[in-house]
Design a protein around this ligand. Structure first.
Ligand code: ADP
Ligand code: MG
Length: 402
């Protein structure tokens, strides 16, 4: 009886088996916790690292009961975790973030309403939920626009550019006529993100502002300190991100993405209710990482403000690198069909010979185009040195300079 109770107090749960879960598992285990991962996939990055892998659907009643029995607290590592699972777990476990906050971040319409309620500016937008909406003259003011599915979009998937009002009905149909949000396309000068952590006691800390470069809708490069963001803009972005964490009464790690417009104004784009790809550099460049913060918030430990001890550039390692490094004799244009047969891992030894390179691979067996296989973080004493080395790393990888 005592042994079981003691072990439950030292055991944490994660819903989801991806790389964010894997890096949380590493942080929790480094602090002496056991981690149970609930993930249906037999071969998952977090499942492979976990002490216990419960292999079942996220809403499986028996698996959720087992998580409750084993764990004192449960967190999530992906955005589309079923809210019902979080509600069920919350009956007997600490759950952070709470279902109510996750539900808002899962739905672009609710998310925009939350920005508005929090007094945080976001892109002019309107809901497109019916054929009448898609044909409505009201949508003219939002052209040219971007139509995004209200839920389940990620990495640029589930969104299509709209060139004009006449174009909207066909674009909506191409997205399956599901509930969508139409946003005005804004003139972005830069993209940044701010990661904050908030404890159950209301303490809020933040990581430094990250500057992000997306390519084809997917994060490619994160630079910290943000090279093109002045101090006043950074202060404003952090204040807005903290305001959202307060407004949502959020507990855990929350990432808010912002656009910096040509006139210098800030527009909130979206929130992720979890650690974020743009915060991976914090493992190597900060004295407290975003995953350490997730752990501290989950178990009720104090949140220390992370100190950036090195300048950092993070390069995402997408599966494309495994294919583009080899001469391509394949004339098939459907790249999704490429398999292991033609794949070759990048030259890790050449990359690791550069100063300050930290390689993180997520243990995914099969490289695929667009799949996040890992990342590397270059740390250096100053931003110029980090950038110079990262550019050399990008060249070795065959990635375009930034
Ligand atoms: P995802 O969930 O796929 O990350 P986002 O809403 O963040 O979707 O959009 C992906 C990228 O598309 C953004 O990082 C930005 O580069 C671009 N984008 C999105 N919305 C707009 C907009 N309203 N105006 C201009 N560019 C946008
Ligand atoms: Mg985004």
């Amino acid at each position: 009886m005592t042994a079981v109770a003691a072990s439950r107090s030292q055991t944490l749960g994660v819903l989801g088996g991806g790389q964010l879960g894997r890096m949380f598992v590493h942080a929790a285990q480094a602090h002496g916790f056991r981690v149970v991962v609930l993930e249906p996939d037999a071969a998952s990055p977090a499942g492979a690292a976990a002490d216990v892998h419960l292999r079942a659907p996220y809403t499986d009643a028996a698996a959720l009961h087992e998580l409750q029995r084993l764990c004192r607290a449960v967190t999530t590592e992906f955005e589309n975790v079923p809210a019902a699972a979080l509600h069920e777990l919350a009956r007997t476990c600490v759950v952070a973030p709470a279902a109510s906050a996750v539900e808002i971040c899962q739905h672009r319409g609710l998310e925009k309403a939350a920005f508005a309620a929090g007094g945080v500016p976001c892109a002019p937008h309107a809901l497109v939920q019916s054929s009448a909406d898609a044909h409505s003259q009201r949508m003219a003011a939002l052209q040219p626009g971007i139509l995004k599915t209200s839920s389940l979009g990620y990495d640029g998937k589930g969104q299509v550019a709209v060139s004009g009002l006449a174009n909207l009905p066909s674009v909506w149909a191409s997205l399956g006529s599901v509930p969508c949000v139409l946003e005005q396309r804004l003139p972005l000068r830069h993209e940044i993100s701010v990661i904050v952590a908030r404890g159950a006691d209301g303490q809020v800390v933040n990581l430094p502002v990250q500057q992000n470069l997306h390519r084809e809708g997917v994060l490619s490069v994160t630079q910290v300190p943000a090279p093109d963001i002045d101090a006043a803009t950074a202060v404003r972005a952090v204040a807005l991100a903290c305001r959202m964490a307060e407004a949502l009464q959020y507990v855990g790690v929350l990432c808010t993405e912002f656009f910096v417009l040509a006139d210098g104004s800030l527009v909130a784009n979206e929130m992720a209710p979890r650690p974020h790809n743009s915060g991976h550099y914090s493992i190597d460049a900060c004295d407290v990482s975003q995953f350490d913060l997730q752990l501290r918030a989950l178990v009720g430990w104090p949140l220390a403000t992370p100190r950036l001890h090195s300048a950092a550039v993070m390069l995402n390692l997408l599966g494309d690198l495994w294919f583009d490094a080899v001469p391509d004799t394949d004339t098939d244009t459907d790249t999704d069909t490429e398999t292991d047969a033609s794949a070759r891992a990048p030259d890790w030894a050449a990359l690791l010979a550069l100063p300050g390179v930290h390689l993180h691979l997520y243990g995914k067996a099969e490289p695929r185009r667009g799949r996040k296989m890992g990342h590397l973080t270059v740390t250096a004493p100053d931003a110029a040195a980090a950038r110079a080395t990262a550019l050399r790393a990008a060249a070795l990888l065959g990635q375009a300079p930034f």
